[in-house]
Ligand binder design. Structure first.
Ligand SMILES: Nc1ncnc2c1ncn2[C@@H]1O[C@H](COP(=O)(O)OP(=O)(O)OP(=O)(O)O)[C@@H](O)[C@H]1O
Length: 640
């Protein structure tokens, strides 16, 4: 069995950036178009290009921060700008509540409105001139009649009437509903979380609904996101969060390519108004995670399926030199986009690449959760800037890593503190039925103590497995599977016993089966009264044959164990390559990859275990589970 403390160290000794030539990121070439800046999502990029050409809708499903909205913006750059149009809404003198719609080429709308305004202004000026002449005549007449005071009062009254009571006649001036005059590319409209009004358009309420003081209804019409996205891209993240009625209306607008605007609030005077259909010929990008897809209106989903593309965004990309070079470009892109932070030195970029490997949590991969990585780049740049440094260096990135902790990491630290306060976990000595398991909360690891206790069965018929600690589906199943295995494993009838398994301090709930080797160890320890070393923590999934299978988040788990003062951690051998622990922890923890549950026992049980060994041998002899056993359970090696 190999003990590894140097996992991935060899790899780090190599230059992470290979022969990529650059001194700092200021010399790295960044492509101009947004679509060429997208990293690691080749399939999505190809689909977006195709969909832009064919004007098809796209559904992008995947983790947040992988570039979904970036692809939406990129698509808008690919759509032809010549097709853009302006939309005007006009008063309808015959039916005030049914404003008329006119579509003109982009830029023309503003000219039309200006021309109408000019005309209305001229009309008002002529009218004002007329009133002025009357006032002057009145004053002259009053002067000659010796009634100047009366004349002044009358003129003032005429002036006030003209100024405040006679409304300006601009009811014929259309309103520019969609203005594309300044657009250099097709519009990109983000309608994430939009309520009905902002998505589909609205008509404002008018408190003065009659008597000549009312605002003409066409002036109260407001465009919706679907109209502003006409000939462009409508991006909706978490499409399932839109109300079902809104999704239904969205579907209608997709099918028709036009959608009238009406007041969305039933009790408002706006609800009486309904315009002619307003064009909304957009390409939709619906984004979200798998839940979003499940919660989506089925008809809307099938429309996208039938008339568009669906892509699953990737979370990681292969760790090749070519992809590392793309990350170099990513750093340059993010620095340029920020505009304030200094460029990165080669070493600083190497540290970012290392972090991308670490965050991938998978052997031979680099993370594509690039928004988060971009966050780290900005914090590092800010640290450098606050020091007045000309370039962002590696030490700034290391400093930023300490500062840019996610809420989950902060939460994990809080739990750690709390557990320390109440001595909830141990890192020395040995104890029966108690294991330091490991789990991941968000993107942070935590030590998750698991206790097992065996008591005579409460029910007469059969003993039960009782697991507590807010276990969710998969975790519950894991507990059941492990207990079945243990019964088989020990070859002992434990049907007359209740096995209590408690996950301690799991306020955040437990999901997954990565604690199954810990559960097995805790239960067997409790059944056989063999103490477990508390300086050891472990993670791994257990097959029904007794093999230790891979789990997720090993790096974070190992770091959490080290932070809790644990000195040895057992991980599945197949996860060996995924380990990329932070330098600060490297000397503090020994990592032992294991392949079978017997190895787990070998390392974690303390003292002599003749009875257990006997059982294991018998068990192996029956070859039920294919476990290879040592001749004797050895005294564990130094430091364990
Ligand atoms: N694949 C990528 N290539 C280059 N940059 C990326 C990529 N993914 C994310 N980024 C960077 O992260 C930023 C945020 O990403 P974006 O908003 O597109 O993610 P998203 O998938 O839409 O997330 P959410 O679903 O949370 O909105 C981008 O503006 C860009 O700077």
């Amino acid at each position: 069995m190999v003990e590894r403390t140097d996992i991935l160290l060899d790899d780090e000794k190599k230059d992470l950036l290979g022969s990529t030539e650059f001194e700092d990121t200021s010399t790295v070439k960044v492509p101009e178009s947004l679509i060429d800046q997208v990293i690691g999502q080749d399939e999505a990029v190809e689909v977006i290009r195709k969909a832009a050409h064919q004007r098809r809708h796209v559904m992008l499903i995947g983790s947040p921060g992988t570039g979904k909205s970036m692809l939406g913006r990129a698509m808008s750059e690919l759509l032809p700008v010549e097709d853009l149009q302006d939309v005007l809404v006009y008063n309808n003198p015959e039916e005030n509540n049914n404003p008329k719609i006119r579509v003109v080429p982009a830029g023309r709308g503003r000219q039309i409105v200006d021309a109408h305004k000019m005309e209305a202004r001229k009309k008002t000026q002529t009218r004002n001139m007329f009133f002025m002449l009357i006032m002057m005549g009145l004053l002259v007449y009053a002067y000659y009649m010796g009634q100047l005071l009366f004349g002044i009062i009358a003129a003032a009254l005429i002036f006030l009437t003209m100024r405040y009571l006679i409304p300006k006649d601009d009811s014929m001036v259309p309103k520019l509903l969609v203005d594309n005059s300044k657009q250099k590319k097709a519009p990109y409209v983000d309608a994430t979380g939009a309520h009905a009004g902002s998505l589909l358009g609205d008509v404002r309420h008018d408190p003065f609904q009659s008597g000549g003081l009312e605002t003409p209804s066409h002036e109260r019409v407001e465009s919706g996101a679907i109209h502003r996205a006409h000939k462009g891209v409508l991006f909706i993240d978490e499409v399932n969060t839109l109300r079902l009625e809104s999704q239904q209306s969205l579907l209608t607008s997709l099918q028709e390519g036009e959608y009238p605007i009406t007041g969305q609030s039933e009790r408002s005077s706006g609800a009486l108004v309904r315009t002619d259909p307003v064009p909304c010929d957009f390409v939709m990008i619906a984004a979200g995670n798998l839940d979003a897809m499940a919660g989506m209106h089925p008809a809307l989903r099938s429309r996208i399926k039938g008339y568009g593309y669906e892509v699953y965004m990737r979370d990681t990309m292969d760790d090749t030199l070519e992809n590392r070079e793309k990350l170099v470009r990513f750093v340059a892109q993010e620095v340029n986009r920020d505009g304030k932070i200094p460029h990165f030195t080669r070493d600083a970029v190497a540290e970012i690449v290392r972090e991308a490997k670490r965050r991938a949590g998978r052997k031979g991969h680099l993370t594509l959760l690039l928004r988060d990585l971009g966050g780290l780049i900005r914090v590092a740049g800010d640290v450098a800037r606050s020091e007045g440094a000309a370039l962002t260096e590696m030490r700034h990135v290391l400093e930023a890593k300490k500062m840019a902790r996610s809420v989950e990491q902060q939460l994990a630290d809080m739990y750690l503190e709390r557990r320390k306060d109440y001595s909830m976990f141990k890192n020395s000595g040995a104890e029966i039925g108690r294991v330091n398991g490991l789990a991941v909360v968000g993107d942070s690891g935590i030590v998750l103590p698991i206790m097992a206790e065996v008591t005579p069965a409460q029910s007469k018929e059969e003993g039960k497995v009782i697991a507590t600690g807010r276990l969710q589906e998969i975790a519950k199943e894991a507990v059941q599977n492990v207990s079945a295995l243990i019964k088989k494993f020990l070859g002992e009838d434990i049907t007359n016993k209740d096995v209590h398994i408690q996950f301690i301090g799991t306020y955040e709930g437990v999901e997954g089966d990565s604690a199954s080797i810990s559960i097995a160890t805790a239960v067997i320890s409790a059944l056989e009264s063999v103490p477990i070393k508390q300086n050891i923590a472990m993670t791994g999934s257990l097959s029904v044959r007794g093999d230790v299978l891979p789990v997720g988040g090993v790096t974070q788990k190992i770091e959490a164990a080290a932070q809790a003062g644990i000195t040895t951690v057992l991980i599945p051998k197949s996860n060996e390559g995924d380990v990329l622990i932070d330098e600060t922890f490297r000397d503090r923890i020994k990592i032992i990859p294991v392949t079978s549950i017997s190895e787990v026992f070998e390392y974690s049980f303390s003292g002599q275990k003749p009875k257990l060994l006997e059982k294991l041998k018998k068990f192996a002899a029956e070859k039920k589970l294919g476990i290879v056993l040592p001749e004797t359970i050895p005294t564990p090696s130094k430091g364990l």
